[in-house]
Design a protein around this ligand. Sequence first.
Ligand code: ZN
Length: 163
Amino acid sequence: MRLIDNLKFIVDNNVGKLAKWLRIMGYDSLFFNGGNDSRMVAIALGEERVILTRDTQIMKRRVVISGRLKAILIQSDEPERQMHQVIDSLHLDCQFKPFTICLECNQPLQEKSKQQVKDLVPPYVFQTQNQYMECPTCHRIYWRGTHWQRMSERLKRFRKGGP
Ligand SMILES: [Zn+2]
């Protein structure tokens, strides 16, 4: 059985919002915007990623039917319901590793000391926050401010099974 820690995703652009939520939870989630199904399947196989899609054609592929490649056909067009489906079917942990992956680049964030970000964050943030993370690719700085708290609340709702 696959360990939950190893779960990685490739998110089709028809369910693109899922990529952001899975990244918030700490799951490596590649956003696929290529339009070419075969390429998405090849990446998923090569990198052992679970495909999330609304495209029924993908589900008919031999690699998916045989179980060699895991794919989930997303039912709803509403992002919050889509998240419930993914969480339920894979028994995901919403508090897996929250806020460890860049929401833009899908790169693991690196911890930064307060002094390292002194000139990079707004002064009020610097005064009130002690923990910072930086994306090595886009250099965006993350901290646990109000935006983070709002997203945490939504994550808790996902865990409870919705509003
Ligand atoms: Zn980034």
